[in-house]
Write a new protein. Structure first.
Lengths: 226, 51, 229
């Protein structure tokens, strides 16, 4: 089995088991919609303000509901000692990590794919003007959430307060990525292209992904095996 | 010394030293607690019959 | 012997601070615009540098722990992080007081302030993670990994924020600006106070390490007590 087959075997396994039960997905999705609804009380839904805040609102929703998915990533393996079996299986720790990160990425992407249209409908915004770039930016920021979330999911999986610890640890670290995603999304939802003033945010996002993905790939073996 | 804004300089320095003192106090109180726990455990281990 | 060394260094640090305070309060010239309040700066920048040094030390020690699995590095990492948090708190609070006086506000969501606060929260998370894991070797391993991540995140946050606009005063030290914009006596004082804070940090880290060693002794005694009971 090549490395990529191993990665996709893990990712496929996680996605299948999640899509069959949909336990994290349903919870996360309804949570996301509830937050979207709550934001209508924070800011006047018909005002111009909303357009200036759209990126911030959306990424708050994704960050909050994404954590519910990320929490399940490793916790899913706890019953029946599945995690020990996975670690004992003949695949490297980094393949296990990338498999799980890809599965988390796909699940959060599903949430986003549903939230964008719902947001557009509820708040009367046309958000599709820059769709390809918006998808690319969202993918970069979602990958940042997925890598850090998977890595810290592995760190906290044996803790009693795991569901509280994970957001405590990843939100502060994710701030550069989330901040860039918010700035760029606001711009793109308003239908403007990324200009020279905003290109720096794209760079932050890409640098964040590269640095933390490689750091996680190097360190995950230590976390899982010890 | 210039008397302008003297008040806030005092607050700033006082705050810095207060935090340092609080941390030092925290360290000593923790040390004392641990020491008493060590003494307690040692006494317990000495008094209990060896198996 | 070790305790005596710590006491000696502690007393020396205290005397150094007394000497520095004497110079700061009674000998240094006043800053042209700010009046007396600029003196807070000597308790603002040096603690920050010292805290960063502590966090860097903790990250290096964490890497060494993962490599060697030697407990000493783990003990050093947690001690340095905790002392760094205390010093970073001094940096934040003195900065806020200065901001209240000079800007009229306690806090502004400016790049440097924000990144300092994020740093503080990240390392607070480190201490919370340690609290939450019972098994000592897993605690050491996981927190070492977190410490390395944290340092990268802090550096990244700092850089990312630098590209953003800032109302915080720019660098003043001659090595950073390349010009003589700061009074030499004030710059010398900054380095003196940095020295005093570094020495203080060494003392505090050493004390905290002793504490961690005693904590480990308690844990092993408890295990023995359990085995007998």
């Amino acid at each position: 089995m090549t490395y990529f087959n191993q990665v996709f075997a893990i990712a496929g396994k996680d996605l299948r088991s999640e899509l069959r039960t949909k336990e994290a997905l349903n919870a996360s999705l309804s949570f996301a919609v509830v937050i979207l609804l709550l934001f209508s009380f924070v800011v006047d839904p018909d005002s111009e303000m909303l357009e200036q805040m759209s990126g911030g609102l959306l990424w708050m929703v994704f960050a909050f509901s994404g954590v519910l998915i990320l929490n399940r990533g490793f916790a899913r393996e706890l019953p029946n000692d599945c995690l020990d079996a996975l670690i004992a299986s003949p695949i490297p720790g980094s393949a296990l990590f990338f498999g799980k990160a890809i599965a988390n990425f796909a699940l959060i992407a599903i949430i986003e794919a549903i939230c964008f249209p719902v947001f557009g409908i509820l708040y009367n915004l046309t958000w599709t003007a820059q769709l390809p770039v918006l998808v690319a930016v969202s993918a970069l920021a979602t990958w940042a959430m997925a890598t850090l979330g998977t890595m810290f999911g592995a760190l906290t999986v044996n803790m009693q307060l795991r569901e509280l610890m994970l957001p405590m640890l990843i939100y502060p670290m994710l701030i550069p990525a989330l901040m860039s995603a918010m700035q760029l999304t606001t711009l793109l939802v308003a239908g403007q292209a990324i200009d020279s003033e905003h290109i720096v945010w794209l760079r932050v996002l890409i640098a964040f992904d590269i640095i933390f993905t490689s750091l996680a790939a190097v360190l995950v073996e230590t976390v899982l095996v010890g | 010394m210039d008397q302008r804004n003297f008040e806030y300089m005092f607050y700033g320095l006082a705050a810095a030293w207060t935090i340092l003192c609080l941390y030092a106090l925290l360290l000593t109180s923790r040390g004392r607690k641990i020491q008493s726990e060590i003494d307690h455990l040692k006494r317990m281990l000495d008094s209990s019959p060896k198996k | 012997m070790r305790d005596k060394l710590i006491y000696g260094a502690g007393i020396f640090a205290a005397l150094y601070f007394v000497r520095n305070l004497y110079v700061i309060l009674l000998q240094l010239p006043d800053e042209a615009m700010q009046g007396a309040v600029y003196r807070i700066f000597f308790f603002h920048l040096p603690p920050y540098f010292t805290a960063v040094a502590c966090f860097l030390g903790a990250a290096i020690a964490s890497g060494l722990y993962l490599k060697t699995k030697n407990w000493k590095y783990d003990v050093f990492a947690v001690s340095a992080t905790e002392v760094g948090l205390a010093l970073a708190a001094i940096n934040l609070v003195t900065g806020m007081i200065w901001g209240r006086q000079q800007w009229g506000i306690w806090w502004t969501w400016d790049a440097r302030l924000t990144s300092a606060l994020i740093t503080w929260l990240i390392y607070l998370g480190y201490l919370m993670l340690r609290e939450g894991i019972k098994d000592p070797s897993e605690r050491a391993k996981n927190s070492a990994v977190l410490s390395i991540f944290a340092f990268f995140a802090v550096y990244f946050t700092y850089k990312a924020n630098e590209w953003y606009r800032t109302q915080h005063p720019g660098p003043v030290l001659t090595i950073r600006t390349g010009k003589n914009t700061i009074d030499p006596a004030m710059q010398a004082m900054l380095f003196h106070n940095l020295g005093a804070f570094l020495l203080l940090a060494v003392v505090l880290v050493a004390v905290r390490m002793n504490l961690e060693d005693s904590q480990r002794a308690v844990e092993s005694l408890r295990r023995r007590a359990h085995a007998i009971a």
